[in-house]
Write a protein that binds this ligand. Structure first.
Ligand code: ATP
Ligand code: MG
Length: 449
């Protein structure tokens, strides 16, 4: 094993372990961080497992938060490093799972029993950071070497306890580039529909991690193979086998295109972009039309945006995420028209909030199909050009509602119409000052009688 990374989180985890040991407790690094350290990856966060009971953990440190005291989990913070937290969990043994989601009780026990309640062998290792000794009670080291995700114990029984593990198996296999052991894969496939017994929130969090990590497309393929995709995202599963016109999509069907685009995302991927990539063509299966000169998907952008909204709401994503993804899906075809747009329309499009993600989605959409990037380059270059001109995208208007009132126009919806038309003129560069603006507005209002 390589030496532990020399970062503040590692140092804090070591200090926590040393302190617990001074007090006579057993304490070890546990779970995902051990797996990642042994693979030479930098852990996302550090978990410590200990024989100390939660009260003793709280008493041992100045700053703690009882994040899950009933499960024995106490978060330890450092005064000087407020952004880092170490989760310290008492070794525990889970009582029977009666609802397929939570243990009915937990009992505090020893490291071997704590390993046995964990989901996969590679997630059930303990590491002594002082000696680098690994405590392996479930064959996790061998599976790390073989690069295999294997349930601890009897797969069906373990998935029966907590159905989220079905999706976690795929998430870890995809993210780590591991295979799933035969018996574990069989159980995932047999039990896939039951994943829906988990709350939307738990599925959402696993899905978000799967989609934003490297290996997302493999995750999607494994979900398709096992039936998890049908259970969680039937609208995405429906993209499988949906033919596309080969001149625009030489890569294959709609799902193949989507998976290629996911693979081409820059890492670390933004969640909203990843969701938009996943769902940008979700409107294609229901709009498939093979009756004309070529296959068409008329209105798939609009329908797709609506479907994306419904899917993400079902998965309990926050409103902000839903709105942004739906808008990305809705606008993903606009780029085709970018070279033909009037300057005003183009500027309005380019100044859209988070436009960088619209641009990124379009690039991925092109790269994962015909490969031509002319419309992407055009939009990117225009954006750069306008960025060099002060206020080109949001020029201040030379007039406002008060000026219209002063002209004697009765207030009403016509104000917004006039000001929008005026903004068009300003964006086009045809109106540059107050005098020209007044002339334009008077002419326009006069025409309306
Ligand atoms: P990541 O780096 O993606 O966070 P991780 O292994 O740390 O991976 P977490 O979801 O943070 O995954 O969980 C931490 C550890 O807790 C796991 O490694 C595993 O040992 C255990 N664990 C988490 N969720 C479950 C579960 N549903 N069933 C059994 N064990 C679990
Ligand atoms: Mg973790």
């Amino acid at each position: 094993m390589r030496p532990l990374p020399n970062i503040p989180a590692t140092a804090l985890a070591r200090r926590v372990i040393r302190r617990l040991r001074e007090l006579g407790h057993e304490a070890l690094l546990a779970g995902g961080c051990v797996r990642d350290l042994l693979l030479g990856r930098e852990p996302k966060d550090y978990d410590v497992a200990t024989s100390a009971l939660p009260d003793a953990v709280e008493a041992a440190f100045a700053r703690t938060v009882a994040v899950g005291k009933q499960f024995g989990v106490i978060r330890v913070l450092d005064e000087n490093l407020p952004e880092i937290a170490i989760e310290v969990a008492t070794f525990r043994h889970d009582g029977p799972y009666l609802d397929g989601r939570h243990p009915s009780s937990v009992a505090f026990t020893s490291a071997p029993e704590d390993a046995a309640r964990r989901d996969f062998t590679v997630n059930a290792l303990f590491l002594d950071p002082e000696t680098s000794e690994v405590h392996d009670y479930v064959g996790g080291l061998a599976d790390l070497k073989r690069r295999v995700i294997r349930a601890v114990g009897i797969p069906r029984a373990r998935f029966e306890e907590d159905k989220l593990r079905l999706l976690r198996a795929v998430r870890f296999a995809a993210g780590l580039g591991f295979d799933i052991a035969d018996e574990t894969l069989e159980a995932v496939t047999a039990m896939a529909p039951q994943v829906c017994q988990c709350s939307g929130e738990r599925i959402r969090d696993e899905l978000a991690r799967l989609l934003t990590a490297k290996g997302a497309s493999r995750g999607l393929r494994l979900m398709l193979q096992t039936g998890l995709l049908d259970a969680i995202l039937p609208e995405v599963a429906a993209m499988h086998g949906v033919r596309q016109p080969p001149e625009f999509h030489p890569e294959g069907d709609v799902l193949v295109h989507t998976m290629l685009a996911l693979d081409m995302m820059d890492q670390p991927a933004s969640l909203t972009l990843a969701l938009a990539v996943l769902l940008h063509d979700v409107g294609k299966p229901p709009t498939f039309d093979d009756s004309g000169d070529r296959i068409r998907f008329h209105g798939h952008d609009k329908l797709g945006a609506q479907m994306a909204g419904e899917i993400l709401l079902r998965l309990r994503f926050p409103g902000e995420v839903i709105a942004r993804v739906a808008s990305l899906v809705q606008d993903h075809l606009k780029f085709i028209n970018v070279p033909k747009m009037s300057t005003a329309t183009l500027k309005r499009f380019l100044r859209k909030e988070h436009f960088d993600e619209d641009l990124a989605l379009h690039r991925l959409d092109c790269q994962a199909s015909h490969g031509k990037l002319d419309t992407w380059c055009f939009a990117r270059d225009k954006l750069a050009e306008f960025a060099r001109q002060p206020q080109a995208l949001r020029p201040p208007l030379p007039l406002d509602g008060n000026d219209l009132k002063a002209l004697g126009l009765p207030p009403g919806p016509v104000y917004r119409e006039l000001l929008t038309a005026l903004e068009d003129e300003v964006l086009e560069g045809r109106v540059a000052n107050r005098e020209q603006a007044l002339a334009f507005v008077k002419g326009r209002a006069g025409l309306r009688g």
